[in-house]
Design a protein around this ligand. Structure first.
Ligand code: WT7
Length: 647
């Protein structure tokens, strides 16, 4: 399967934004004169002051800093809106496809979006939000989410979008960590016909002492269900916006001023606040969005992610809008009301570019070809994949069944930390191999290293590092710069460590194999095993737990929890459900274990370290490959877990 190759379709090669020659030239320039390459890339934005300092980066621990375009001045919302008004004012910026397919979609022009953003910016200013203040956005996939993000960008406030599926407790952590002054939420979210009590969750969160920094809660009426409004803290978004002027001055931002914080899970501790800055992030998101998706003026582009994740930030909001594209904002889920929803939406809006996650592809693949074939999909010209490794079988189904073998598939590898796509084919230039993210984009210096940090050459496997910076790179962990350096720059001094393992084939193509740390990727959502463990032990019956990922047909990885109960307690299914409910309450449904196995004990070394390697093997049902267990404090534990697995 791995040697299958698909050539660039002739039509694409003929008039692609970047064909093979242009890509080769870009690679040469990026290698030989990176400053000039990244200067040219930055010209795509509108700067109030074009930068003269392009790259100023040192990964050396004594003098660590990452700065791009440091003397540039710009505003992200101006780049996403004002800049387009004279040429694209009436062009649709957002197509909002609602959860309920029977309701009409809404089209917001660049002019209409600009007006909403200005009103929201004025409202935030009137409420005392200033440049540098943090604003938490806890909204469903409604246009107000985009308006709220861009309004923050307009006034220089730093937004922190929290995915609507997260629990009040998760919300508390994220509000507390960045000391938010204001929260923007909705009465309720709506996903797959189910209501999500967002405002009620905010009310629970704000009872916590940790959230005392919050002065105001703006509430978007969405479902219209009655919610408690606490005066004067809670304000009605629409009423407030109606009172504002439809124009608002945009704050001049230094390129290195923060644009947003986005929390993501790491291998240890609480989620990290990944901080992205204005100039480099926006340059990189816009550049990659155009190049990877071969963007044309008349494209209808649909990325199915949620704005609560980085994919939504870079490839629903900032990249597409900076490029003046038409971006579909989908409130629902791919399987509601049935498995043909995506294809119906594609036909309804004549979508040309479709970007989704392998987990969705696998779930839809399971439903067979009929729901796909019942829709035309003739408008499609390009397909994308993101978030986790895509298995060749799913890749080929996507290409053959969804794309009728006409549309290239771009498998895009990147991370919250990278701000934008780093390894991906370019549809007009790269020969595809199903299951491979292919090659690094121009200017990206990927490499593979062994566990001692020695760089590996040629066709090989190893840990994936990036030997140099790029403009979209995160700048720090909010409030914990030491953790930033520790996490990414200490393992392989002089390089950024991705946390991923990969194989590189004889053509230099990368095949990402997945995380090599204690992070798991469940349905494209990143979850720290340590976080799930600390949620599980909040249940009073639990003495100890260890969580690992295991291969899951649809989700990519599932969550497998080994749980040791306190002495004398009886293990039963009711207790499993309670533990599951505890994780949902503490983190959210996305972190709930798929499997809980009772563990009389956990395999530990004599120094007390849990040997996860063994737990992963047992969870994966690879019982013959447990390896050396002789260094364990109590090797008999392993046999009891194996027996438990078989039962
Ligand atoms: C991790 C980052 C990228 C935005 C959404 C997820 C995995 C991501 C791919 C891909 C194989 C992938 C990696 C990475 N990943 N894209 N195309 N092929 N793996 O962002 O939540 O920060 O997760 O997702 O393991 O490290 P994230």
């Amino acid at each position: 399967m791995t040697d299958q190759r698909l050539p660039v379709p002739a039509g694409f090669a003929a008039d692609a934004r970047l064909n093979a020659d242009a890509l080769a030239a870009a690679n040469v320039l990026a290698d030989q004169d990176p400053e000039l390459f990244w200067t040219r890339v930055a010209t795509r934005l509108e700067w109030w002051r074009f930068p003269t300092q392009i790259k100023d980066v040192s990964y050396q621990l004594e003098d660590f800093h990452i700065r791009w375009y440091a003397d540039g001045v710009l505003n992200a919302s101006v780049n996403c809106l004002d800049r387009h008004l004279s040429t694209r004012g009436d062009k649709t910026a957002l197509i909002w496809e609602r959860d309920d397919p029977n309701l009409p979609a809404e089209h917001l022009s660049y002019r209409a979006l600009h007006e909403q953003v200005c009103r929201a910016a004025n409202a935030l200013r009137a409420l005392g939000v200033q440049k540098g203040d943090r604003v938490t956005i806890y909204l469903p996939m409604i246009p107000e989410a985009v308006v709220a993000m861009l309004a923050c960008a307009r006034i220089g406030a730093i937004h922190s979008v929290v995915f609507g599926g997260f629990s009040p407790e998760s919300l508390i952590g994220r509000i507390h960590d960045c000391q938010s002054k204001l929260i923007i939420t909705a009465d309720e979210g709506l996903r797959g016909g189910k209501k999500v009590p967002l405002k009620a969750n905010v009310d629970i969160a704000l009872k916590a002492r940790e959230c005392s920094t919050v002065e105001t809660v703006l509430v978007v009426r969405h479902t219209g269900s009655p919610v408690a409004m606490q005066v004067p803290r809670d304000r009605d978004w629409r009423e407030l916006l109606a009172m504002q002027a439809p124009v608002a001055a945009a704050e001049p931002m230094n390129a290195e001023d923060p644009l947003f914080i986005l929390y993501t899970s790491g291998s240890t501790g609480k989620p990290k606040g990944v901080l992205h800055t204005t100039g480099g992030y926006l340059t990189y998101a816009a550049f990659t969005h155009e190049a990877v998706f071969d963007l044309r003026e008349d494209d209808i582009y649909w990325c199915t992610a949620d704005v609560g994740w980085v994919t939504g930030h870079s490839y629903i909001v900032y990249g597409p809008l900076a490029n003046g594209a038409t971006s579909v904002l989908f409130e629902g889920v791919p399987t509601y009301p049935d498995a043909s929803r995506c294809w119906q939406v594609i036909d309804r809006h004549q979508v040309t570019i479709f970007y989704t996650a392998p987990t969705a592809i696998r779930a839809l693949m399971r439903e067979g070809e009929a729901p796909v074939k019942s829709c035309s999909r003739q408008s499609l010209r390009l397909l994308g994949s993101v978030g986790e490794p895509i298995n060749p079988e799913a890749w080929l189904w996507y290409h053959r069944v969804v794309g009728d073998e006409r549309c290239p598939v771009v498998d895009t590898w990147w991370q919250t930390e990278t701000g934008g796509i780093l390894i991906s084919p370019l549809p007009g230039a790269t020969e595809l191999k199903p299951g491979s993210a292919t090659r690094p984009l121009p200017g990206i210096r990927a490499a593979l290293v062994d566990s001692e940090g020695r760089e590996l050459e040629g066709a090989t496997s190893g840990n994936l590092i990036l030997k140099d910076s790029w403009p979209g790179q995160m700048r720090t962990v909010y409030g914990d710069h030491a953790r930033f350096i520790e996490t990414y720059f200490k393992t392989y001094p002089g390089s950024y460590f991705t946390g991923d393992g990969a194989r590189r084939d004889e053509d230099g193509y990368y095949w990402i194999t997945g995380r090599v740390d204690d992070v798991i990727n469940v349905s494209g959502h990143r979850i720290g095993t340590a976080e799930v463990e600390s949620a599980i032990i909040e249940h009073q019956a639990v003495a100890e737990s260890a969580v690992v990922g295991y291969p899951h047909d649809i989700k990519g990885q599932g969550i497998y929890a080994y749980v040791t109960l306190k002495a004398g307690l009886e293990a039963n299914d009711a207790l499993k459900q309670e533990i599951n409910a505890t994780v949902r309450r503490v983190i959210g449904a996305i972190a709930a274990p798929d499997v809980i196995q009772w563990a009389p004990g956990l395999p530990k070394t004599r120094s007390g370290k849990i040997m996860r390697r063994i737990l992963r093997k047992i969870a994966a049902d690879e019982l013959d490959a447990l390896g050396d267990v002789s260094t364990l404090a109590d090797p008999a534990v392993v046999q009891s877990l194996v027996d438990g697995r078989k039962r």
